[in-house]
Write a protein that binds this ligand. Structure first.
Ligand SMILES: [Zn+2]
Length: 62
C-alpha cells in the first residue's frame, strides 16, 4: 500500500508530486494566493488543490 509503482496512472503521478513538495497557485491573475504543501494525504492534497483553484473560496475581503 505504501509502495509507489513506477508507472502508476496519471492520478497517482499527480499525487506523488503532491506528496513531495509542491506549491499550489490560484489561477486568477493578480490574486497571488499560494499554498505550499508537503507530505499531505491524497485526500488533503485534493482538497487543497480544489481550494487553490476556486478563487471564490479565498477571495480577499474589501
Ligand atoms: Zn484567488
Amino acid at each position: 500500500m505504501n509502495r509507489r509503482a513506477p508507472f502508476a496512472d496519471r492520478m497517482n503521478d499527480a499525487l506523488a508530486l503532491l506528496a513531495g513538495k509542491h506549491t499550489l497557485r490560484c489561477p486568477v491573475i493578480g490574486c497571488g494566493l499560494r499554498i505550499r504543501i508537503r507530505a499531505v494525504t491524497p485526500d488533503e492534497a485534493a482538497r487543497l488543490t480544489a481550494l487553490a483553484n476556486d478563487h471564490t473560496r479565498h477571495e480577499p475581503k474589501r
